[in-house]
Design a protein around this ligand. Structure first.
Ligand code: SF4
Length: 375
């Protein structure tokens, strides 16, 4: 196999982009070269990733919101996480919120224009009994709010029956991040394994639940680790890939880790777009502190979604500012509940999915009017 570095960046990237647009794949070496781009090459890479995003995702941006439904005192020792009981981070500590609170947050997510609303809990995983009964009740509560998907991130699941029960309760998508590469995972977490995480994703997928899995970048990983994660997620065929950038939390082992350089973060987004061209790539936690004024470039670099509102233990920015950013880029809002645009299927040579009703896929839909001063 020839080395992608034998050609100039442009001569290498142009046919590679055409290949991906035609349904082909890139190699690990190609992905590594993307992360090595420097100077003007970086903007060539973003422009190419933007073509791939536009081809497979259209101009629509997907928003997602979450509730930290159970905070703190987690038994696990994930080195980035302020909710671990192993570290002394100053964060709120509370048990699972009730169904009314879930509904209130799901309604707020809808007001923000989010298509997806995720119930997130800080614990190792989900077992049958009172814990599962309460979780099923909260998922039913979220699913009762029309216009947003009821999603969840509830840790490790080892029992296929639990996965089926979550689906029956109305769960649309289950998030469980791999966080980093298999090789780097051991230096981030010692209380459970990479394979535990993969098993969870496979169980949920087998139960017919959409899967959402990504990682956190800036945890001391090498470029090859980022590439490995991108390919691992492609292999797992997850539906949504959240990309977080470490926002170091006080009290955690990574509290002094330097922030990733904004251009490194953007190149990583582009590389993920090339490795997972048809997937929803969602830039989530840490975008404000890592990308700073370059936040709009996350969509140009290949992202098709972002998180609106607050994160688990840190604040996001005003949703109105995100809406303005999307409008200013001349991108469009995918109305909650609407299917993915038909571009993906068309590009892959399949018939576009039938919309539920004529005109169900609407372009250029504007954001709802804010009915709260601060969202
Ligand atoms: S990332 Fe999840 S499993 Fe790990 S410590 Fe935080 S809450 Fe627990």
């Amino acid at each position: 196999m020839s080395d992608p570095r034998d050609l100039s960046f442009s001569r290498w990237l142009t046919p590679l982009t055409e290949r991906v647009l035609g349904g082909g794949a890139i190699t690990r070496d190609d992905a590594l070269r993307m992360l090595e781009a420097s100077g003007a090459e970086q903007f060539e890479l973003f422009a190419a990733a933007n073509r791939v995003r536009a081809a497979f995702q259209g101009a629509d941006v997907h928003l997602c919101s979450i509730i930290n439904a159970k905070s703190g005192r987690c038994s696990e020792d994930c080195g980035f996480c302020s909710q671990s009981a192993h570290f002394a981070s100053p964060i709120p500590d509370y048990q699972l919120v009730d169904g009314d609170e879930v509904v209130r947050h799901a309604e707020a997510a809808k007001e923000r224009g989010s298509q997806a609303f995720g119930i997130v809990a800080a614990w190792k995983g989900l077992k049958k009994g009172k814990q599962l009964d309460e979780v099923l009740d909260r998922i039913r509560a979220a699913a009762s709010v029309e216009g947003v998907h009821a999603d969840a991130s509830l840790g490790l699941i080892e029992d296929p029956e639990i996965a089926a029960m979550l689906k029956d309760a109305g769960l649309h998508t289950y998030n469980h991040n791999l966080e980093t590469s298999r090789a780097h995972f051991g230096s981030i977490c010692g209380t459970h394994s990479y394979d535990d995480r993969i098993t969870t994703l496979k169980l949920l997928k087998a139960a017919g639940v959409n899967t959402c899995s990504g990682g956190i970048f800036g945890m001391g990983e090498a470029a090859a680790d980022r590439v490995d994660l991108a390919f691992e997620l492609a292999e797992l065929d997850v539906d949504v890939i959240p990309m977080n950038f470490l926002n170091p939390m006080e009290g955690t082992p990574l509290e002094d880790a330097p922030l990733l350089a904004p251009m490194d973060a953007l190149k990583t987004i582009s590389m993920f777009r090339f490795v997972n061209p048809t997937k929803e790539i969602m830039v989530a936690g840490g975008r404000e502190v890592t990308l700073r004024d370059l936040q709009p470039l996350m969509f140009v670099a290949g992202a098709s979604a972002t998180m609106a509102g607050s994160y688990l233990t840190s604040s996001g920015r005003r949703t109105a500012d995100d809406w303005q950013m999307i409008r200013d880029l001349d991108l469009e809002y995918r109305e909650p509940g609407q299917p993915r645009p038909p571009n993906e299927a068309a590009m892959l040579g399949h018939a576009p999915e039938e919309a539920d009703e004529p005109g169900a896929i609407r372009r250029g839909v504007r954001f709802p009017v804010l009915n709260r001063a601060e969202l």
